[in-house]
Design a binder for this molecule. Structure first.
Ligand code: SF4
Ligand code: SF4
Ligand code: SF4
Length: 448
């Protein structure tokens, strides 16, 4: 399967991407349109570009395309892989508390509460969750836990207790466990920063970008903006973090379709690991991103790509998570096919010990998988999630992103397209755009 697109960074640079082999071919306009014709992908009006090309050039380009086909880097046929089902779980999302000190109106968890009582996980529940993970991890040696909320630092002592217990429990059985914590940064004081720096493999701090953007939505219960404290704490954390993993995670909404400005603002504040992602909300919500916003968002990704390659050559180098791609090695093929692993190799545990496929399913009783408190676990739900992958979703089979998005977000499929096996069109459009931007950046950076 071949996809054709133009560079948004360098004028007159054209690409042919062979989806199955992952080969990206850079061509000029002449070869681009000859190839489009050869593979029946000329769009309306594009015949025009071929009318002045002489016969010899057409033959020469076709011979080169044929050569690339023989090398299996162009028009490569699909090879289907068998995805083995082991039932092993390798990661937990621990909902350390269902409470939050902010009131962001776009919060899918309703101010961190998930519409439940403001529960805080006890050490007892956390301990059982770690035991559950170890018991279901089979032969996997490396395990992961994400501390999530609400705001996990509101139950910080229990986080510390669980980490200490988890290391001891894993040592006993020869496994290694690493941790990530996601925080809104309000309680990220000196003690918290130092402890997280020592104990977390990764720390995710939520900041939406420019002060006026952040403070409009990321508000305290009395309605005031939270950026001053969050940004100050995040900058201090960055200073001690060195080259250990962290990233600043922002959300863009209909309020800031010029989100490239927010990415660059965060970079200007000294951060070099940045992810700013589209909000996912029902289209009736005034903050929702809808189909009509897509052309504007595509332009914004293009603008960001151009500035990104410039900054990465100078002293403002940074990583934008959606632009990270490795065409040479990339993730293993099974990871590419299987996606995020929610419900199959990754599950969420609530403060009271209930197990769900991921944080986006919490409180949906149809997807309650069991409880770490009574040892119940429903393998049928696990298998159902395992069975959702790029091979089972019709739209994925012809998608340029199928080996990079790996079937998309199961939660968005269910909540916005009505079925785990359907695709969330808006999310897919943005995913494809980010992929072509990443390929463009990869090519530009590797050819210079
Ligand atoms: S900080 Fe996070 S959990 Fe808290 S209200 Fe905002 S989005 Fe929700
Ligand atoms: S972007 Fe959509 S269609 Fe493409 S692979 Fe991902 S989920 Fe499938
Ligand atoms: S289903 Fe979606 S929200 Fe849940 S873990 Fe996967 S990508 Fe994330």
């Amino acid at each position: 399967m071949l996809k054709f697109f133009r560079s948004a960074i360098v004028p007159d640079k054209y690409y042919i991407f062979d989806v199955e082999s992952g080969s990206l071919h850079t061509v000029d306009a002449v070869a681009f349109y000859i190839a489009k014709k050869r593979y029946n992908q000329l769009e309306e009006g594009e015949e025009l570009y071929l009318k002045d090309i002489d016969k010899e050039t057409i033959e020469e380009v076709n011979a080169e395309l044929e050569e690339l086909e023989k090398m299996e880097v162009l028009n490569t046929p699909e090879v289907k892989f068998n995805i083995p089902y082991t039932g092993e779980i390798k990661a937990l999302c621990l909902h350390i508390c269902h409470d939050c000190n902010l009131r962001c109106p776009y919060c899918f968890a309703h101010s961190g509460t998930y519409n439940t009582p403001k529960d805080y996980m006890t050490f007892e529940v956390g301990k059982n969750a770690i035991d559950f993970l170890i018991a279901h991890s089979g032969k996997r040696k490396n395990l992961e836990v994400d501390f999530f909320g609400g705001e996990p630092l509101m139950n910080f002592n229990v986080v510390k207790q669980i980490v200490e217990y988890a290391h001891k429990a894993c040592d006993k059985v020869g496994k290694v466990i690493t941790f990530t914590l996601t925080t809104n940064g309000v309680l990220l004081n000196k003690d918290a920063r130092e402890w997280l720096n020592d104990n977390m493999e990764n720390v995710v701090i939520s900041i939406d970008g420019r002060q006026e953007i952040h403070d409009k939505l990321r508000v305290t219960p009395n309605g005031s903006g939270s950026q001053a404290i969050t940004l100050k704490n995040a900058i201090e954390f960055r200073k001690i973090r060195g080259d250990k993993k962290y990233y600043i995670r922002g959300t863009f909404t209909a309020n800031n379709l010029d989100f490239a400005e927010d990415v660059l603002y965060l970079n200007d504040k000294g951060f070099d690991q940045i992810s700013v992602e589209p909000v996912v909300l029902d289209e009736s919500d005034p903050l929702a991103i809808t189909e009509k916003d897509i052309p504007r968002i595509y332009d914004e990704y293009d603008k960001l790509s151009r500035e990104y390659v410039i900054r990465r050559k100078g002293d403002k180098w940074f990583n934008f998570f959606h632009y990270m791609i490795d065409l040479k090695t990339g993730p293993c093929v099974l990871k590419r096919l299987r996606g995020c692993g929610a419900g199959s190799e990754y599950v969420a545990v609530t403060p009271v010990g209930d197990i769900y496929p991921c944080h986006q399913f919490v409180t949906d009783k149809e997807y309650l998988m069991g409880s770490v408190m009574d040892g119940t676990f429903n393998p049928d739900i696990q298998k159902k999630f395992f069975d959702v992958n790029v091979y089972t979703k019709d739209d994925c089979s012809t998608c340029i992103a199928k080996y990079y998005c790996s079937g998309g977000c199961a939660a968005n499929s269910l909540h916005y397209a009505g079925s785990l096996n359907k695709c969330h069109k808006l999310g897919c459009d943005l995913m494809r755009k980010r992929l072509t931007s990443s390929l463009d950046i990869y090519s530009v950076e590797n050819e210079e």
